[in-house]
Design a binder for this molecule. Sequence first.
Ligand SMILES: [Zn+2]
Ligand SMILES: [Zn+2]
Length: 217
Amino acid sequence: MSSYIRIDGDGVDLVGARMIWRKASSGGRAGFVFQLTGHGGRHVLHVAGWAPGEAITDLSGQVITIQSPGPDCAADGRLFSLAVIRFGRVRETSLVASIDGTVEDLDPGSDARSELESDIRATVAASQDPRWCLSCGTSLEPHVTEVDEFVGGVRVRMAATRVLCPDCADFAEAPRFCPICGSGYDPAEVRTLSADGAIGYTADCPAGHRYSGHLGG
Ligand SMILES: [Zn+2]
Ligand SMILES: [Zn+2]
């Protein structure tokens, strides 16, 4: 099965799709925030929501209706007014799902609505949250806080971690340690956009993690 998106009957094949997830509870219930994205030429599909479960494979067979999609639910530059995601089998590394929804024009003067349907076969991966201070390499685990957010119209609570430990909060130089695995960067693999103030950077660690961000400001 290939992935496709069809809007008002016009179909396009998607060349790639993936789902990134992170643990998030809602009303005290364990679950996951998920972001499904698909690409096919100029066509882009992006759907974010929350589903209950203890393991990501618990999404298998679930039907998630997003009644009040936010700006994180869009297709082809149009926002969803309703989206229904039917998960088929969800594994640790891949899934199949179908998405049905209504998308509306961004132009507030237009009430044009289109029906969208999409079948996707996607790769699955956990989001990579920072675990190590990129300045000194110390563990960030003691500094994890929780944030409340709305995702797909659902209030969720999830862990949030700054990429710097409190001792390094003012650090604004080139990153030294991979926030994902803690290994030291080869300076040649750290690319910064400017040498002072807010530094935008992209760095590749010896284990192959690519991390981008900016510091200071
Ligand atoms: Zn530090
Ligand atoms: Zn790494």
